[in-house]
Design a protein around this ligand. Structure first.
Ligand SMILES: [Fe+2]
Ligand SMILES: [Fe+2]
Length: 624
């Protein structure tokens, strides 16, 4: 491939640019120049040099071309006239003659040019300018065949493609420079479709293997509907792309920073318990990430939006402000927020939604741009998030979204905190009720014991032992609680036993004992009428039953006796034996445990006995 500048010369004037340039210089229009003869006659008439063109010359040998050197601006310009351009060295201005352009004509042309070297000025100037422009323009100019063979190119093209010489370029194919071959297919399709394809960007791999981004502007040259060749120019946009990527990365970083912050906030479980701490941290961190001058949070309280916190990045401090927004003064402003509208404005002086705030708030604080975001809880405006800038600043969608996310997050916090507070109150009330219930039970149990001073505290201790056995047996807390209450009430039926029998400081005779034996049934009858004590009633009824059927009142056996009653039975006997009685001393724990152990499986449930033994051996019996 040649980089020489070529002018086609022939009898057909349309391919005679050299002469045409002359013609145009002398004010000749293309209409007059209909043939070479015509052109020459005009030149003759105007007393310009004459061409003689009818001399014979048939063949041209290799290396046989006519040359001429003229000086222009002290620069030697080589001119060659030939039909074999490939023989002519680089840097020649070639006048390529057509086959029918005789050698003599070439001589004549050269003679003419020699004589009129000074008049060549403009042609050469134009030629040089075009040549320099094409050579030095920072665009890679090219012409290729449809298949991708390079026909022409300039220096910048070599630079972009990192190809060492035109010689090498002529052996390469444009297709091989595409990183993604599909890009070229797509581009060729566009050329066929649109003839001109502008700003087509693709990634290319240079001759040396480097990756570059280029922009391609091209047009297809068609002849008779067929694409003959493609020409255009490439520009290296790698830097531009890198800058854009860097910018994209910066934006992405700022996005990541924001997402990170939101996740950080979300991970702070303590925020729900301490809303003020949460608002404080949110204000400070968000202010920094948004690059804002001030970031404040106002929360609704008694009809006013009162300031909770403001972080001032210039003073680097957190502040509580006295300023409150309310419907009386800031009706219009608040109405926008109540409609869920975020007041985001790069220039506060031009936003009439902020007029009500101007004198008292915006002006003294020198706010220039602001993003005011509503905080909604259950469709009601609960607060305002104010992100403020003391320098005028463009506000983009990202800034707005981030503020929306923050407002949404704060709303969630407020809602959750409120729900938790309500739940805590409910729990407190439930605990209070529980305590109340327990105290009533205790009172009942004391009333029973009031009538039987010798057994004072018996029920309380039975309750504790029974609950400890239940715990030892791995029963649920609810079950332990049930046994505790059953223990407290198990002898409530004794209210129906004459007090002189209960207080008799001696062993009871059989008649008296029969009277005592009514207490489980009486206890049952008392408790069964109370909805919450129905289960307790049955335990109380069975607490004197024994596995072998020797107990009372019904003489139930084994599994007929409910588990809870079997536990109370052991606890009751154990406590009674341990206690001092007017008619006998208290029995040591070892003997008590030996007694229940001996009756294990006969009178008492074996599992319960084992648990009871453990409770005492391990010192687990809770002291009153
Ligand atoms: Fe009893
Ligand atoms: Fe008892």
């Amino acid at each position: 491939m040649k980089t020489k500048d070529i002018f086609y010369v022939g009898k057909d004037l349309s391919i005679l640019p050299v002469l045409k340039v002359f013609g145009e210089k002398y004010g000749l229009t293309s209409k007059i120049i209909e043939s070479l003869e015509n052109y020459i006659s005009i030149l003759e008439k105007e007393q310009y040099p004459i061409f003689i063109y009818d001399l014979e010359y048939q063949t041209i040998e290799l290396d046989d071309f006519l040359r001429l050197q003229i000086n222009f601006d002290q620069t030697p310009i080589n001119i060659a006239v030939t039909s074999r351009e490939e023989q002519v060295p680089d840097d020649f201005l070639i006048i390529l003659r057509k086959e029918d352009f005789k050698k003599t004509e070439s001589y004549i042309l050269l003679n003419y040019l020699r004589k009129n070297a000074d008049k060549l000025g403009d042609i050469i100037y134009t030629w040089k300018m075009q040549r320099d422009l094409i050579r030095n323009i920072p665009l890679g100019m090219y012409r290729t065949t449809t298949e991708g063979k390079f026909l022409l190119g300039n220096l910048e093209l070599l630079n972009i493609l990192e190809v060492p010489s035109f010689e090498i370029l002529s052996k390469l194919n444009a297709r091989d420079f595409y990183v993604n071959p599909a890009d070229r297919e797509k581009w060729i399709d566009l050329i066929f479709k649109n003839k001109v394809v502008k700003n087509f960007e693709f990634k290319l791999k240079t001759f040396k293997g480097k990756t570059k981004w280029v922009r391609n502007n091209a047009r297809g040259i068609f002849r008779g509907g067929a694409l003959e060749y493609i020409e255009g120019f490439l520009s290296d946009i790698t830097e531009e792309k890198l800058f854009k990527e860097k910018e994209a990365r910066l934006i992405e970083n700022s996005l990541n920073q924001r997402l990170f912050l939101i996740n950080l906030f979300k991970s702070r479980a303590s925020y729900v318990k301490d809303i003020d701490l949460a608002l404080l941290e949110i204000a400070e961190n968000s202010c920094k990430v948004l690059n804002a001058s001030r970031f404040g949070i106002w929360i609704l309280k008694d009809g006013k939006y009162e300031n909770k916190i403001v972080y001032d990045s210039e003073k680097n401090e957190l502040q509580i402000e006295k300023m409150a927004f309310n419907d009386k003064i800031h009706h219009r402003y608040l109405n926008f927020l109540k409609q869920g509208i975020q007041i985001s404005t790069p220039d506060v002086t031009k936003d009439n939604r902020l007029t009500e705030l101007y004198e008292d708030y915006i002006k003294p604080k020198e706010i220039k741009s602001t993003i005011d975001t509503p905080i909604f809880v259950e469709n009601e405006l609960w607060g305002i998030l104010k992100c403020e800038f003391t320098r005028k600043r463009d506000i983009d969608r990202q800034d707005e979204w981030f503020n929306h996310i923050l407002a949404f997050y704060i709303a969630n916090l407020l809602e959750t905190a409120r729900a938790i507070k309500a739940k805590d109150e409910t729990q407190n009330y439930a605990k209070k009720l529980e305590k109340y219930f327990e105290e009533v039970i205790l009172l009942l149990s004391r009333i029973v014991e009031e009538r039987d001073p010798y057994t004072a505290g018996h029920q309380k201790r039975v309750a504790l032992i029974a609950a400890a056995i239940a715990k030892q047996m791995g029963l649920s807390e609810e079950e332990q609680q049930k046994l505790y209450i059953a223990g407290l009430l198990h002898d409530i039926g004794k209210l129906y036993v004459p007090s002189e029998i209960l207080t008799k400081p001696a062993k009871l005779n059989p008649v008296e004992f029969e009277l005592v034996k009514i207490h489980p049934e009486k206890g049952y009858e008392t408790l069964i009428t109370l909805e919450s004590l129905k289960e307790i009633a049955e335990i109380v009824r069975q607490h004197h039953e024994r596995l072998d059927g020797s107990g009372y009142p019904r003489g139930l056996k084994n599994k007929q006796i409910i588990k809870e009653a079997r536990i109370i039975a052991v606890a009751d006997v154990t406590e009674a034996m341990l206690a001092w009685r007017p008619y006998r001393p208290s029995i040591p724990i070892n003997e008590v445990l030996k007694y229940i152990d001996e009756n294990k499986g006969k009178l008492f449930d074996a599992e319960v006995v084992e648990a009871c033994k453990k409770v005492f051996y391990l010192g687990m019996f809770p002291q009153d």
